[in-house]
Design a protein around this ligand. Sequence first.
Ligand SMILES: *[C@@H]1O[C@H](CO)[C@@H](O)[C@H](O)[C@H]1NC(C)=O
Ligand SMILES: *[C@@H]1O[C@H](CO)[C@@H](O)[C@H](O)[C@H]1NC(C)=O
Ligand SMILES: *[C@@H]1O[C@H](CO)[C@@H](O)[C@H](O)[C@H]1NC(C)=O
Ligand SMILES: *[C@@H]1O[C@H](CO)[C@@H](O)[C@H](O)[C@H]1NC(C)=O
Ligand SMILES: *[C@@H]1O[C@H](CO)[C@@H](O)[C@H](O)[C@H]1NC(C)=O
Ligand SMILES: *[C@@H]1O[C@H](CO)[C@@H](O)[C@H](O)[C@H]1NC(C)=O
Ligand SMILES: *[C@@H]1O[C@H](CO)[C@@H](O)[C@H](O)[C@H]1NC(C)=O
Ligand SMILES: *[C@@H]1O[C@H](CO)[C@@H](O)[C@H](O)[C@H]1NC(C)=O
Ligand SMILES: *[C@@H]1O[C@H](CO)[C@@H](O)[C@H](O)[C@H]1NC(C)=O
Length: 898
Amino acid sequence: MGFLRSTALLAALPLALAQNGTNSSTPNPFNNPGAVSGQTSPPKYPTPWGEGLGDWDDAYAQAREFVSQLTLLEKVNLTTGVGWEGEKCVGNTGAIPRLGFKALCLQDSPLGVRFADFVSAFPAGITVGATWDRELFYQRGYEMGTEHREKGIDVQLGPAIGPIGRHAAGGRNWEGFSPDPVLSAVAVHGTVKGIQDAGVIACTKHYIGNEQEHFRQGGPNLTSAISSNIDDVTMHELYVWPFAEAVRAGTGSIMCAYNQVNNSYACQNSYLQNYILKNELGFQGFIVSDWAAQHAGVASALAGLDMTMPGDVAFDSATSYWGPNLTVAVLNGTVPQWRLDDMAVRIVASWYYVDRDTNQLEEGPNFSSWSQDTFGFQHAYAEEGYTRINDHVDVRNEHRDAIRKVAADGTVLLKNNGALPLSGKEKLTTVFGSDSSENPWGPNGCVDRGCNNGTFAMGWGSGTANFPYLVTPLEAIKYEVLSNGGSVESVIDNYAYSQQAALAHRVSQVGGACIVFANAAAGEGYIIFDGNEGDRNNLTLWDDGDALINNVASECNNTIVVMHTVGAVLVEPWYEHENVTAIIWAGVPGQESGNAITDVLYGKVNPGGKTPFTWGLTRDSYGPSDVIYEPNNGNGPPQDNFVEGIFIDYRYFDRFNETPVYEFGYGLSYTTFSYSNLQITAREAPSYQPTTGETPEAPTYGTISNRTADYLCPEGFEFIFAYIYPCLNSTDLRTASNDPEYALNYTWPVGSSDGSPQPRVPAGSADSLGGNAGLYEVLFTVTVDVTNDGEIAGDEVAQLYISLGGPNDAVRVLRNFDRKGIEAGATETYSFDVTYKDLSNWDTAAQDWLISSYPKTAYVGSSSRKLPLSGPLNIAGSPGGYSPPGKYGPPKQRYVRH
Ligand SMILES: *[C@@H]1O[C@H](CO)[C@@H](O)[C@H](O)[C@H]1NC(C)=O
Ligand SMILES: *[C@@H]1O[C@H](CO)[C@@H](O)[C@H](O)[C@H]1NC(C)=O
Ligand SMILES: *[C@@H]1O[C@H](CO)[C@@H](O)[C@H](O)[C@H]1NC(C)=O
Ligand SMILES: *[C@@H]1O[C@H](CO)[C@@H](O)[C@H](O)[C@H]1NC(C)=O
Ligand SMILES: *[C@@H]1O[C@H](CO)[C@@H](O)[C@H](O)[C@H]1NC(C)=O
Ligand SMILES: *[C@@H]1O[C@H](CO)[C@@H](O)[C@H](O)[C@H]1NC(C)=O
Ligand SMILES: *[C@@H]1O[C@H](CO)[C@@H](O)[C@H](O)[C@H]1NC(C)=O
Ligand SMILES: *[C@@H]1O[C@H](CO)[C@@H](O)[C@H](O)[C@H]1NC(C)=O
Ligand SMILES: *[C@@H]1O[C@H](CO)[C@@H](O)[C@H](O)[C@H]1NC(C)=O
């Protein structure tokens, strides 16, 4: 249905609409013709077939051999989930019993194994992003992957990089790393590598434009879901950027999002899936739908979807857009065999790519998502197959150490008037706020963490895991103070104003510290907490946090504020208060919360985290684009026009001279650093060559008989209630399909079943992942020396920003960074590569990355606004805008700054 409407729109509207924007530059903010209501993207067919590009060749060879042996029903079984709660994982494909190929288990989440016991609750993405630490990105990924592997999971549904964080109030931003595409890209790259090195397929999500929770799946009175209307430049320079890096890292799967993009559902949007992901980025794995994000059978197959989850049309409807319908669609010739074969090859190739053949547990998943009991139903919805469902395997290993390290290293020191670190010799240490303490209902007492009792260490929704324990800040601080022989008291009731004031007052008499904890939560839209439908309704602290802080600070001249929040909050009511001597953002830390914050407060860890988003003074500081809370298009899909283009977060603040409270990339240390000796070296690189040529023709594997009788469901087979099987209940295809619209005279999009060789796109590749290999050629290396001028060792994240120089470019964009530990008095050299892509703009006409003729400048420093060193990146460009072949600048040219 959605597909039909989109096709009609496509015919009626100029195809160029979504591609407009001036060449080689981003559209003018807030006058963006590429982001208007009702717009569409051009149709792009056929779906590119996987070729085994990059390092996927072995996996493809094995997958082709395997898929060649499969029957039609067996192939379909790989593509379709068995239905919600049909098996033990949140998503389960069919199996191929004849060849001993087990059903694939897909399980949430981006921060650990959801719905299981004896697993770790890792820090959430936003805290990981705040570490800016490549090694930790990888290590956390590897450890999460290990836990999934040991629970018998094939696909971890993470990492999340969409939403990227367009809106400060967006409900799921905390699951991802940062609203900056480069920080997000580096983090997702390491995470994907880590998960897959552990032998589990990563599923990078949600593709794409899923920037708010409201209306992502429509609404009570809406005909369809919200449409994120995004122009081509913004799509490439911002939203797709981290996905390109996930593809380069080899992500085995990508999850398409609930929302529509340019008025076509993400999971059946041929422009997003066929053209950008599979053609331009050369994605070799499989696209899986978000749960019930599929809205049509044939249309989604032709637009590039490879797997539907959980498999049924609606949860437990016992019907499927695929399953028998896909079998029928292949038999009636609507979906070509090569397209089905491509789905199967992509799925099986991902499985081989991460070595599932040696990493899969013989017994399959050793836990059930639907019950914590040892015995229960294998098929929870059907209540069939009573058996042992939970082995309670403890998969945590020694992961607590890295969890504590990530949480501490991702902690950002925002203000420090010398109050920190604490010595441990304070006469009286006091702790305030419900955010310091235990959830009286237990750490897992609220379903999918959908409440805010006690300390906040994880957002709510599907992006969660059960806590194996949660060390609260109060517990850890108490332990620390007591082991120093000190005295500690607390008031954890946010509304016990007189008790708070009395305790704070005592500190003013005897000396010591008042540590105040406050928070702000958010989550996924299927849970509405305190009126917040996933997205936050406000950007203030929750539960009267501002009053708590001001109340304590009015009595205590050493008030240290610690915030556990999903993102920026408005600190205006107290951040300049004379008695607020230190402010810490402790993010979304996971199970080791208390230990990590205590490490920082007492100087066992010298903070080195940097804020991965901008802190504005008011909500308006972020600009006019905000979450859409009310439908704006009658009963039609709300139209969310991304008019601000690339100007989100710090790019908006910089462009519109908005002064942040704490700028992107900012964070203090207990020591100080100075920057010197910037050197910019041009590197010799082959000239950028747009990709040309054609693909091979679409391969098919094995032959499919068109005798419908071969596909009848076997008699005497014990079918599980409401389960999706690939077989047919009738030899009459119309009857088997049971689709009231069966064989209506649809015209499928031109070229959608064409398996002949197809032209490659300029930004794409015939042999590499993530697009044209020339994009990743290094044109410059920038080095800088950073000296630790203080008395103690510390970590510094040096950051490289680039001005692309055009009138529609951001003032500066982050392009590289590194985190290093530096001993007191020592100097470390940081080295940053600058690639062709780093210096390019997306050119809508060329459909390629081109370097404009505007002067380019590199800036290096400790935050997006503390950039003491800069120098030109001299590119011998043609006035036409980009470098002619062979010339990127005078070879070996050097710029030296001291
Ligand atoms: C898009 O660009 C084309 C060609 O320049 C122009 O004719 C058309 O009016 C533009 N559309 C919009 C919406 O700006
Ligand atoms: C499809 O998968 C289901 C569930 O694993 C299994 O029972 C069935 O036998 C499979 N069908 C075929 C044709 O292999
Ligand atoms: C849906 O429409 C009905 C009838 O017009 C109205 O009463 C109801 O409030 C609407 N619901 C929402 C969530 O807008
Ligand atoms: C086939 O898909 C249609 C929706 O397109 C659905 O109504 C029908 O129930 C499906 N058939 C089966 C057998 O699941
Ligand atoms: C082929 O089968 C699919 C799936 O049931 C159905 O949607 C489509 O209308 C059918 N087309 C023709 C031409 O029979
Ligand atoms: C825990 O959270 C729930 C849901 O918000 C709330 O109703 C309940 O009062 C809270 N319990 C305690 C003890 O704080
Ligand atoms: C903001 O929302 C939170 C959570 O719903 C609530 O606790 C708080 O009181 C709200 N702040 C204001 C100023 O209304
Ligand atoms: C700061 O704390 C002291 C107590 O140490 C108190 O007397 C003073 O009023 C406080 N300042 C403010 C602005 O509240
Ligand atoms: C706070 O007040 C105490 C007691 O009057 C005093 O000893 C201490 O130096 C003050 N601390 C700060 C940070 O001003």
